[in-house]
Design a protein around this ligand. Structure first.
Ligand code: 5AD
Ligand code: SF4
Length: 436
């Protein structure tokens, strides 16, 4: 009966959700459903993100809208897990938690029989072997762990994705090998805290995993990973990266705050100085490194001096890119209990100041690229620049290349111009992942 029934998936949030959506898409296709635009679909699946209130609300608005239009709605993802009862009350047809995505096929079939369903909870360990068909011709996401044990006081993830479970080394290696064989050029390893990875069977940690993924696969590919916790970056990981040829020198290090006092309240377990030392070590060890970050402003108790500390780290590290957020209070999180919350106007003002500072630095950083050559990977036609191809550097700076090129090609490009923060590359020659 699924034949001819159409579904559409709308994804909010991080790469973890993107990967989950790809998995659910593959399962539904295998069950005979067809993919279509939301307006033509019988079933709309909303894969929600709850990291900030705004994102969570947006998913709920979509759910209501599609219900009004007479669609069957499956509400999946982080909000589904965390606010299951409230979401069910939104009149959606199914609530599907983050560890139940493998059930999406059965859920979709039940909906067509007009049964409402709630599948949530962390009682099952999902099989990591539910491997999606690649949807992106160039980049593939590979889970190395799910869940998180860090319990940073602002963060909802431990409650939406459960405790950390590592995927077995063999399973990761097999999937990565398959992907490279099928032509993936960029393998993105995903985990909430990749550098706490540990495989019981082999005794391999994250550094060992990187080492093997670098040496044991045959092909033309880069390895990138998201996200490490600055606290857990070990010398062994640096060594593995240093001695590798495939692993990117892009370091995404979520700072969150530059103030040691606030970091302590956030339960981040590093100080301002330790974070700076880590960045100095990276800049020294990898002169071509890109360091990017996430920053939260307006955490409870953040005073002017604390905010100055954040600006100070920004000035010292000179991040190539940063995601900046106003603190958003989330259900269940320990930070809710802090009494010294900041007024919205103060948070707004600080965010504005921070964005301006970061943007100025990014502007300077991009100018430093002018005239230099980079190994770049082509991704597809640019929507913004006519007759240009989207590209990214090995260190994950995004730009465009003059002319039209097939996706998935490594080449050497020279930066001839910067428009806004976008480097414009000119083709010099094709090469392999190492630039040779
Ligand atoms: N409020 C604002 N930003 C948050 N983040 C996580 N939780 C919150 C919150 N409650 C940000 C962090 C994290 C990124 C994914 O989202 O900076 O690194
Ligand atoms: Fe990803 Fe966190 Fe959002 Fe869940 S809440 S989708 S883990 S960013």
């Amino acid at each position: 009966m699924e034949k001819g029934k159409r579904f559409s998936i709308i994804t909010f949030g991080c790469q973890m959700n993107v990967r989950d959506s790809e998995t659910m898409r593959s399962i539904l296709l295998r069950r005979g459903f067809e993919e279509d635009k939301p307006e033509n679909a019988d079933i709309v699946l909303i894969n929600s993100c709850s990291v900030r209130e705004k994102a969570a609300n947006r998913a709920k608005i979509y759910a209501r809208e599609f219900k009004r239009k007479g669609k069957k709605v499956i509400f999946a993802g982080c909000v589904a897990e965390n606010e299951k009862d409230r979401i069910f009350e939104l009149e959606v047809d199914a609530v599907l938690g983050t560890r139940k995505i493998h059930k999406v096929g059965d859920v979709a079939v039940s909906l067509l029989e007009d049964r409402r369903i709630m599948e949530v909870g962390f009682d099952e360990i999902p099989s990591f072997d539910e491997i999606p068909e690649p949807t992106h011709p160039v980049t593939s996401y590979v889970n190395i762990s799910i869940g998180c044990d860090n319990f940073c006081s602002f963060c909802i993830v431990p409650y939406t994705r459960g405790r950390e479970i590592a995927r077995s080394f063999d399973s990761i290696l097999n999937e990565a090998r398959e992907l490279v064989k099928k032509g993936s050029k960029e393998i993105f390893l995903l985990g909430q805290n990749v550098n706490s990875y540990f495989d019981e069977k082999t005794g391999y940690d994250f550094a060992d995993l990187l080492y093997h993924l670098d040496k044991k696969l045959d092909g033309n590919y880069w390895i990138k990973y998201l996200s490490p916790n600055p606290r857990d970056f070990s010398y062994k990981v640096f060594k593995a990266i240093k001695e590798s040829t495939h692993i990117s020198h892009w370091f995404h290090l979520p700072l969150q705050s530059g103030s040691t006092k606030i970091l302590k309240r956030m339960k981040r377990d590093y100080t301002k100085e330790e974070f700076l030392d880590l960045c100095y070590m990276i800049r020294e060890g990898f002169p071509d490194a890109t360091i990017t970050t996430d920053i939260i402003v307006g955490f409870p108790g953040e005073d002017d001096k604390d905010f100055e500390d954040t600006l100070d780290v920004v000035e010292k590290v000179r991040f190539e890119m940063a995601f900046m957020f106003k603190y958003s209070e989330r259900p269940n999180t320990p930070a809710r209990r802090y009494k010294d919350k900041l007024p919205e106007e103060v948070k707004d003002k600080r965010l504005q100041v921070l964005i301006e500072k970061v943007n100025n630095i990014i502007g300077e950083r991009r100018k430093e690229m002018l005239g230099r050559r980079f190994i770049i990977l082509t991704e597809g036609e640019s929507e913004k620049f006519e007759n240009h191809t989207k590209v990214k550097t090995r260190e994950n700076i995004k730009g465009v290349l003059k002319g039209k090129f097939e996706p998935g090609k490594f080449l050497i490009g020279r930066v001839t111009e910067i428009i806004g923060h976008t480097p414009i590359f000119e083709f010099e020659r094709f090469c392999d992942y190492k630039g040779e």
